[in-house]
Ligand binder design. Sequence first.
Ligand SMILES: Cc1cc2nc3c(=O)[nH]c(=O)nc-3n(C[C@H](O)[C@H](O)[C@H](O)COP(=O)(O)OP(=O)(O)OC[C@H]3O[C@@H](n4cnc5c(N)ncnc54)[C@H](O)[C@@H]3O)c2cc1C
Ligand SMILES: *[C@@H]1O[C@H](CO)[C@@H](O)[C@H](O)[C@H]1NC(C)=O
Ligand SMILES: *[C@@H]1O[C@H](CO)[C@@H](O)[C@H](O)[C@H]1NC(C)=O
Ligand SMILES: *[C@@H]1O[C@H](CO)[C@@H](O)[C@H](O)[C@H]1NC(C)=O
Ligand SMILES: *[C@@H]1O[C@H](CO)[C@@H](O)[C@H](O)[C@H]1NC(C)=O
Ligand SMILES: *[C@@H]1O[C@H](CO)[C@@H](O)[C@H](O)[C@H]1NC(C)=O
Ligand SMILES: *[C@@H]1O[C@H](CO)[C@@H](O)[C@H](O)[C@H]1NC(C)=O
Ligand SMILES: *[C@@H]1O[C@H](CO)[C@@H](O)[C@H](O)[C@H]1NC(C)=O
Length: 485
Amino acid sequence: MTSLSYKIYFYILLCLIIICNISSAKTLKKRDLTSCLADVQGTLVYPNSPEYNADLIDENTRVNFTPSVIVYTKTVTDVQLSVYCASSLNMSISARSGGHSYEKYSSAGAIVVDITNLNKIDINSTANTAVIGAGNRLGSIYYTLSQAGFLIPAGTCPNIGIGGHALGGGYGLYGRKYGLALDSILSMDLVDPTGRLIIVNKDQYTDLFFALLGAGANNFGIVTSFTFKIYPTPPSVTSISLNYAITNIQNVFDAYNQLGSSLPDDISFSIVIDNGSIEFQGVYLGTQTNANQILSQFITQSQPTSTQFTEESFFNSVLRRGFQQTNGTIYLFHSPSDFKAKSFYVKSPGLSAAGVQSLITFMKGLPTTCPTYAIFDLYAGGAANNVPANATAFVHRDELYSIKLLTTLNGDNATNQQCFNQLNSFGEAFQANYTDYSCYQNYIDRDLTDWQTRYYGSNLPALIAIKKIYDPNNVFNYPQSIPLE
Ligand SMILES: Cc1cc2nc3c(=O)[nH]c(=O)nc-3n(C[C@H](O)[C@H](O)[C@H](O)COP(=O)(O)OP(=O)(O)OC[C@H]3O[C@@H](n4cnc5c(N)ncnc54)[C@H](O)[C@@H]3O)c2cc1C
Ligand SMILES: *[C@@H]1O[C@H](CO)[C@@H](O)[C@H](O)[C@H]1NC(C)=O
Ligand SMILES: *[C@@H]1O[C@H](CO)[C@@H](O)[C@H](O)[C@H]1NC(C)=O
Ligand SMILES: *[C@@H]1O[C@H](CO)[C@@H](O)[C@H](O)[C@H]1NC(C)=O
Ligand SMILES: *[C@@H]1O[C@H](CO)[C@@H](O)[C@H](O)[C@H]1NC(C)=O
Ligand SMILES: *[C@@H]1O[C@H](CO)[C@@H](O)[C@H](O)[C@H]1NC(C)=O
Ligand SMILES: *[C@@H]1O[C@H](CO)[C@@H](O)[C@H](O)[C@H]1NC(C)=O
Ligand SMILES: *[C@@H]1O[C@H](CO)[C@@H](O)[C@H](O)[C@H]1NC(C)=O
């Protein structure tokens, strides 16, 4: 924004302050907001707009917020105007990229800035970098990059937004080879809490660079684009699925705990457990023959009932998880639901036999209208663990695996409430008895006690200090934002 437009806004605000003295505060607040946002080029959706309710449905139907306006930004200047208005009118603001926050925090601000339209992707195949608009979804990114022969490491669900995902971590099926999504970020364009557009990287605003990489979700401003280091896709990859009887669970965990960390980093995989089954879902960045070979000991020890190895193109392996393809057109899978999730980390030597049993007992004890699964993502022996815990705000660098425990609440209200309470109290006991103290900030959880330390650990004091410098008025605040003290 030019200094002239700053002056104009200052003048408008001055006028509003004068009007303020002769109007009722309530009508004024709305008029202030409307006039402050008047120059936004994108679409503004106010609570009286017919689209308002539908526009607040994202992946999560359990939580509701009622923002004063949703701004569909068309340009970076629109983002700047929105932040400037929030800051001047002392209103809270939240960025919304893919809307996959487990607690819908992207809709928590009085002003919601939806950046879906900031979705350019520019690849430089000489430099092996890509400038990726923060409004992109993972699916479009995988698609566009793979067309040019590249990938970034990120999660599996194609409908996740890169904005929230990369700023809080970003782990998936290339994670052991290339680390978290945030480990490949070279630079970011950030609209800071005053509305200024700045470039943040290892040479400029190094404190913000540290803070955004792990604590970037709506704490220090709105990232409008990322420059990522990108990696060539292998000519073919091997998708792997191993299935197990639930009664065999202890063998699976023995193999996982003992062999997981020594597997080559070309393989990344998750172990998914529900009440009735166990599945190993993985991707090996190489041929089927090699995949078979590196997994032979794991298979002998863990005794799957069936194994499936599929050598295919990189993008077909991405498609396998969560895309819908019809007549050559690729759709991103979108399924809003009522769910609640918990996060755990486990360090070596892994979950004990009692811990495994406790998890299974919990799942079996839930009402059948609350289907529940646990996903174990192996970090150990991979790139994510090779970064020092204080190099970025992402502190979880010495973990064997991460666990996501997710319950879908499909029953009547009373049963849902019961499942919700059971999940929360199980989570507390399970963590106290069997897992690490920390939790993954991308599996954000409003019911977590001491969340600041669980998400950020020893990096918390540094993050608070940086928050004080860049957002002293706490414009970017929501129930789990970095506090000022
Ligand atoms: C179905 C599902 C599957 C998932 N699978 C994985 C997985 O495989 N691996 C994994 O690591 N995680 C996974 N996650 C978690 C996911 O990484 C987080 O929910 C992530 O925060 C989602 O980002 P988003 O942009 O879609 O969400 P949003 O709800 O848009 O944003 C999340 C948070 O980030 C903030 N934010 C968003 N954009 C910006 C921006 N540009 N600048 C500043 N702040 C911003 C928001 O205000 C909000 O606080 C999954 C989540 C779901 C719902
Ligand atoms: C801004 O709003 C917060 C509450 O939302 C309030 O505590 C604070 O005093 C306000 N600041 C100003 C300068 O009005
Ligand atoms: C791509 O990167 C190379 C090497 O860093 C640089 O010389 C070139 O100008 C870049 N191309 C574009 C289009 O930015
Ligand atoms: C896909 O193609 C089939 C056969 O040509 C057609 O019947 C169907 O309507 C198409 N589906 C979509 C979503 O376009
Ligand atoms: C778990 O599976 C058993 C049968 O294997 C079934 O009786 C029970 O209802 C299931 N529980 C849940 C929560 O789905
Ligand atoms: C980061 O941690 C390492 C090892 O624990 C330590 O030597 C280093 O001084 C720390 N760096 C900062 C900036 O605190
Ligand atoms: C269930 O909860 C929803 C949302 O809170 C509410 O609208 C609905 O009336 C409730 N239904 C019953 C039967 O209590
Ligand atoms: C945790 O440990 C306590 C005490 O040993 C035990 O009573 C409880 O059942 C355990 N909880 C879980 C979830 O395993």
